[in-house]
Design a protein around this ligand. Structure first.
Ligand SMILES: Nc1nc2c(c(=O)[nH]1)N[C@H]1C(S)=C(S)[C@@H](COP(=O)(O)O)O[C@H]1N2
Ligand SMILES: [Mo]
Length: 333
């Protein structure tokens, strides 16, 4: 199967990238041509990238005293950027979905109750060896980079965020799954005393999400540990969340404590709540409406501008190939 797609580095980036970074990229390209750049080579990008001063607005609920604060900002990977301005941090950190802390958008203060240390992540199921690992050990073992990604919620709002973290494929290598594993199932914490939303018994806590192994290995799938050049805030899913930007936002699970490799498709949180409205695949498609509203356009949460939604949220060239042999599936709900 030969897939012709534009590589990330062929995308126009001048729209959101300050000129000195853009120019630096040419040195990067030279390095790539000279064979200096490997797949995990984000760390090789000229130091000038990380030094870039950005005015991205105020991060609310910044994780003060976060033991990983010294790691940020991290080097930007210029292969992942978008043709839309970065969303002011004030909006991205005060307009959230995190049902563990309430079923409305204004949960950012309540989410400060989230205790982010000590925090461990458990790897189990079809792995060579089940393990539980301390979050700081994990974060410090991974090659961190910054990527500017779109996020499109199924509720038809969207934003653009500079996330920091590491490619999910590195996490999978680290977890050492068996070749028989077909899905990655991810789970959020369960602690109704800490997270009052979890006292609402009609939701199937804890929040669970999942990807197929090939989706999880796709270069776009990203484990988030930071945002706007700082550790990720509690309301945005500290200390570890995923972002799969070609899918609706509900696939991007926050505050992960457990990662299970399995050969059974996981039943996800929203599927369990309403399987006729929210499916497993949940790929963004402007032409497939939600049962109760159109998905053709989306509202930018900072400007309220209505903009056209793109197939796979603008990432078709990266992910189309994943679905060539899955056309009989409900890929867009
Ligand atoms: N654990 C958990 N993860 C979650 C959610 C949630 O309620 N709980 N909401 C999801 C939804 S619907 C969206 S749109 C995004 C929102 O991410 P943001 O608050 O960083 O914008 O988080 C996703 N991850
Ligand atoms: Mo969402």
């Amino acid at each position: 199967m030969l897939i012709k797609r534009k590589r990330g580095w062929e995308l126009p980036e001048s729209a959101v990238t300050p000129e000195h970074i853009y120019l630096n990229r040419r040195n990067l390209m030279k390095a790539a041509g000279g064979g200096l750049l490997t797949a995990a080579g984000a760390g090789l990008i000229a130091p000038g990238f990380a030094a870039a001063q950005q005015d991205w607005g105020t991060v609310r609920g910044a994780s003060e005293g976060d033991p990983t604060a010294d790691l940020y900002p991290v080097t930007r990977n210029p292969a992942y950027t978008v043709d839309r301005p970065v969303t002011d941090a004030e909006f991205a950190t005060t307009y959230n979905n995190f049902y563990e802390f309430g079923s409305h958008k204004e949960i950012w203060r309540a989410a400060q109750d989230l205790e982010i240390r000590p925090w461990t992540v458990r790897f189990d199921g079809m792995v060579e060896e089940e393990r539980e690992i301390d979050i700081d050990q994990l974060i410090r073992a991974m090659p961190l980079e910054e990527r500017i990604y779109r996020l499109r919620c199924v509720e038809a709002w969207s934003m653009v965020v500079p996330w920091s973290g590491f490619q999910m494929s590195h996490l999978i290598d680290y977890a050492r799954p068996l070749s028989s594993a077909r899905y990655v199932r991810m789970e959020t914490f369960l602690d109704p005393d800490m997270a009052s939303g979890q006292q609402q018994a009609w939701y199937p806590w804890p929040y669970v999400e999942g990807l197929t192994m090939d989706e999880a290995m796709n270069e776009l799938a990203f484990m988030v540990t930071g945002m706007y050049g700082q550790p990720v805030t509690r309301q945005n899913g500290a200390p570890l969340r995923i972002h799969a930007p070609w899918k609706y936002g509900f696939k991007s699970l926050k505050s992960i404590v457990r990662i299970t490799f399995t050969d059974e498709r996981p039943l996800t949180f929203w599927e369990e709540v309403a399987s006729n409205e929210y499916g497993f695949w949940a790929n963004v498609n402007p032409e497939v409406p939600h049962r109760r509203w159109s998905q053709a356009r989306e509202r930018d949460i900072a400007t309220d501008e209505m903009i056209p939604t793109q197939l796979y949220n603008g990432y078709a060239e990266f992910v189309e190939g994943l679905y060539e042999n899955r056309q009989d599936e409900a890929l867009f709900m």
